[in-house]
Write a protein that binds this ligand. Structure first.
Ligand SMILES: CCCCCCCC/C=C\CCCCCCCCCCC/C=C/C(=O)SCCNC(=O)CCNC(=O)[C@H](O)C(C)(C)COP(=O)(O)OP(=O)(O)OC[C@H]1O[C@@H](n2cnc3c(N)ncnc32)[C@H](O)[C@@H]1OP(=O)(O)O
Ligand SMILES: Cc1cc2nc3c(=O)[nH]c(=O)nc-3n(C[C@H](O)[C@H](O)[C@H](O)COP(=O)(O)OP(=O)(O)OC[C@H]3O[C@@H](n4cnc5c(N)ncnc54)[C@H](O)[C@@H]3O)c2cc1C
Length: 672
């Protein structure tokens, strides 16, 4: 319907090619470092290609589809992936290939909560017999389960959850009830339309006595008709800011009866006579959340920011607007120091959080191995670290994506840029798997407890909180000094708020009031604690990684930039704590600006090294060829509103005024 408008040779494509020629490092090697080795890069590309070449997984750009179409396509693709593509290609969970799935998955898919929460919960909370019964069914999608914990009235405060599971000795069943509207399960992914089972977190009641939150497998839909079972009211909660392909659901249960065996009973059991047997710590009930807080940040936040950086940096390298040199040619907006100051620190955030996250995954794996042997002594430490890490990463990356979006000017507001989609995808990561403020407070609770102990009684990673403050020798801009600066700040923050807490409670104030009155500083302490962890982990990675000198230099520069950018945006905190002087802050600012200038020629190369395919980004601004304007025009042509030259409804409503206008204008014309 629209005529084609094409430049013979787009200037934008030429500009981005020049950028690539100017890069001062081997891009492929940085990709290998990012992936964890050359073989991993090859494997990832193989898996991505397998998914991208598959005709079943192709669909129109998401910005041209309705919610209904997006949900339908996502379900069709997900069912195919889990039942055909994965088993037919021998890609089993736990295999090396599996590590690369999140990069290969279509841009929209669902059944994820079934895969990442329902299945792992069966494994964590189920006895051997229960795992043997439920796991194969779940892996084959014979049953599809949601993780139904949050209710309309309660999400964060789990002790307040209202859904009840009352044991009926006579029938050897649990009776599941949502006593009030506020007790209805609300939000669980995959539950609204696709799930036929749910892992329901409910308050266990035996003979009138409450035993707290436990996990039950509840069938909610008939397996042959998919109709809700008696007593079950279930559906989709409606349109959201994002995740439109996912059927986040509501679930209201009235006298739903399930067999006694459906209480997942690895950690606690109800005997036929109603005796309650506790086999392990109550805290293991929270294990599923720790697992997700450790493992989700990579795919749900860090990769999302990496994509946003790719889009914004490629676009900024070809978008020419204004002059730097009076009388000269228009410049790429990436040449403005202020544009570099927006975007390049986001790149540093991607690298810092990715490598720090890998450290936490390793720590968590070690914890799981110990737990299998009955040792959960590191639980509090891993809970505190994973809670604040999830909070900090989701917060930094969400802010970063919005910075990238705005850095693309007007086009960043267009769905065709891919950036609104990324922003809507990343924003809820600050809320799900534990609302960030609530998570920071959990970390702070642990840190304050640690502050009253001796270094020898604390885990190695925490002992610095109670040890003497270290001196910085030499420039603030060295990586060693950055670590010292952040460690000192975290220690002083924690000690300061602990002192405040003690003083207030010594004055007789109730602990809950003390806590509320100190909460602003408590959250700040948790943030500083996790920042020192992230910086420390990034520095260790940069120091130890085996790579060529140019790559090492880029990583060192990004590492330094990450620390300095944080200092410069929070300098008041560092000055207030007395960790840095005004002179240090001035130097930190100058050095950051120098680093931006140094990294600028490599910026396109660094985002190329993330190696996102065009189809994994669906972005007219971020495609590899830099051909932004033609792509924007082509995408606009696909808008469903452009299906016909004249939109009948717009014409119908406006026609009377247009006819008036025509008559007036024709009258004027005939007078003339
Ligand atoms: C063939 C298979 C193929 C598979 C293919 C897979 C392909 C994969 C591809 C891609 C993967 C990526 C895809 C991802 C897609 C993601 C989509 C989005 C998913 C979103 C899913 C979201 C799910 C959810 O949101 S679930 C709900 C989460 N809810 C929460 O997190 C609630 C937060 N609240 C809490 O955690 C707690 O209740 C609380 C701690 C805030 C409560 O506080 P309080 O009452 O004060 O504490 P209490 O309960 O009394 O606790 C007392 C002590 O326990 C300690 N503690 C608390 N929490 C924990 C914990 N987690 N671990 C350990 N200990 C804990 C607490 O500190 C107290 O200790 P103390 O010693 O007494 O001080
Ligand atoms: C996209 C998405 C997917 C989800 N998927 C699932 C799922 O699959 N399964 C599931 O069970 N749930 C799911 N959830 C729900 C999610 O886990 C909860 O929304 C989340 O845990 C936050 O709880 P809340 O909504 O009750 O927030 P609230 O706790 O009500 O938060 C509201 C405000 O109160 C503040 N606040 C709360 N408590 C405190 C406190 N103690 N001190 C200071 N401030 C406080 C918070 O900081 C926040 O500012 C999902 C949510 C989203 C958005």
């Amino acid at each position: 319907m629209f005529s084609t408008v094409k430049d013979d040779m787009s200037i934008e494509s030429t500009l981005i090619s020049k950028e690539r020629k100017n890069a001062k490092f081997p891009v492929e090697e940085l990709t290998n470092v990012w992936d964890g080795g050359k073989e991993e890069t090859e494997l990832r590309r193989k898996i991505v290609k397998l998914f991208e070449d598959d005709p079943v997984l192709k669909s129109p750009p998401i910005c041209t589809m309705t919610r209904e179409e997006r949900f339908t396509k996502a379900t069709r693709k997900s069912a195919y992936i889990y039942r055909n593509l994965i088993p037919n290609n021998g890609l089993h969970p736990g295999s090396r290939e599996f590590e690369h799935f999140s990069r290969a998955m279509p841009i929209e898919n669902n059944l994820l909560v079934h895969m990442i929460a329902f299945i792992p919960c069966i494994k964590s909370f189920g006895s051997q017999e229960q795992v043997a019964k439920w796991l194969p069914l779940a892996l084959n999608l014979n049953i599809i389960g949601a993780y139904a914990q949050t209710e309309l009235g309660h999400g964060s405060f789990l002790r307040g959850i209202e859904t009840e599971a009352t044991f009926d000795k006579k029938t050897q069943e649990f009776v599941i009830n949502c006593p009030k509207v506020s007790s209805m399960k609300w939000w669980p992914g995959d539950m609204g339309l696709n799930a036929n089972h749910a892992l329901v977190m409910a308050n266990l009641i035996i003979d009138g006595k409450e035993y707290g939150m436990h996990a039950f497998i509840v069938q909610i839909r008939d397996l042959s008709t998919h109709m809700p079972l008696p007593g079950v009211t279930v559906g989709d909660i409606g349109s959201k800011m994002g995740f439109e392909a996912i059927d986040n659901g509501f679930l209201y249960m009235k006298n739903v009866r399930i067999p006694r065996e459906n209480l997942l009973n690895k950690n606690s059991e109800v005997k036929p006579d109603g005796t309650y047997v506790k086999k392990a710590s109550d805290r293991l009930m929270y294990g599923s959340m720790v697992n997700l807080r450790v493992n989700l940040p990579k795919s749900q936040a860090i990769d999302v920011l990496a994509k946003a950086c790719t889009i914004a940096i490629r676009y900024s390298a070809v978008r020419r607007q204004g002059l730097l040199n009076p009388g000269g040619a228009e410049v790429a907006v990436l040449d403005y120091t202020l544009q570099q100051h927006k975007l390049i620190p986001q790149l540093a955030t991607v690298y810092a959080t990715k490598f720090a996250g890998e450290g936490i995954i390793k720590k968590h794996q070690a914890f799981l191995q110990n737990m299998a042997k009955g040792n959960i002594s590191d639980l509090a430490e891993i809970h505190a670290l994973s809670a604040s890490f999830k909070a900090s990463v989701s917060e930094q990356c969400t802010e970063g994506v919005e910075v990238c979006r705005r850095a693309c000017g007007g086009h960043g507001y267009s769905q065709a840029s891919g950036l609104p989609f990324l922003l809507c995808k990343i924003t809820p990561s600050c809320t799900y798997e534990g609302e960030n403020t609530v998570l920071y407070l959990q970390t702070a609770r642990y840190l304050v407890k640690c502050a009253s102990k001796q270094a020898a009684d604390l885990p190695e990673s925490i002992a610095f909180l109670v040890q003497p403050i270290q001196d910085m020798k030499g420039s603030i801009t060295s990586l060693d000094n950055l670590i010292i600066c952040f460690k000192n700040s975290a220690a002083l923050c924690v000690q300061g708020v602990s002192k405040k807490v003690n003083e207030m409670s010594n004055k007789g104030l109730a602990m809950h009031e003390v806590w509320n009155k100190s909460s602003v500083q408590l959250v700040k302490s948790a943030k500083m604690y996790v920042m020192q962890y992230i910086i420390g982990a990034f520095v260790s990675f940069v120091t130890e990684v085996k790579c060529s000198e140019p790559i090492k230099e880029i990583l060192q520069d990004l590492c330094c930039l990450y620390g300095l950018h944080y200092i410069n945006t929070h300098s008041g905190e560092f000055l207030k704590l007395g960790v840095l002087s005004a002179h240090h802050c001035t130097l930190a600012e100058e050095t950051e600006i120098q680093l931006l200038e140094k990294l600028r020629p490599n910026a396109v190369g660094i985002v190329d090294a993330f190696d996102f395919t065009d189809s994994s980004m669906e972005s007219c601004l971020g495609a590899y060829d830099g051909n932004v304007y033609e792509r924007l025009f082509d995408m606009a042509k696909l808008s469903p509103l452009n299906k016909e030259k004249v939109h009948q409804e717009s014409y119908r409503h406006l026609r009377p005024f247009l006819l008036e206008g025509r008559d007036i204008l024709e009258g004027v014309k005939s007078k003339n």
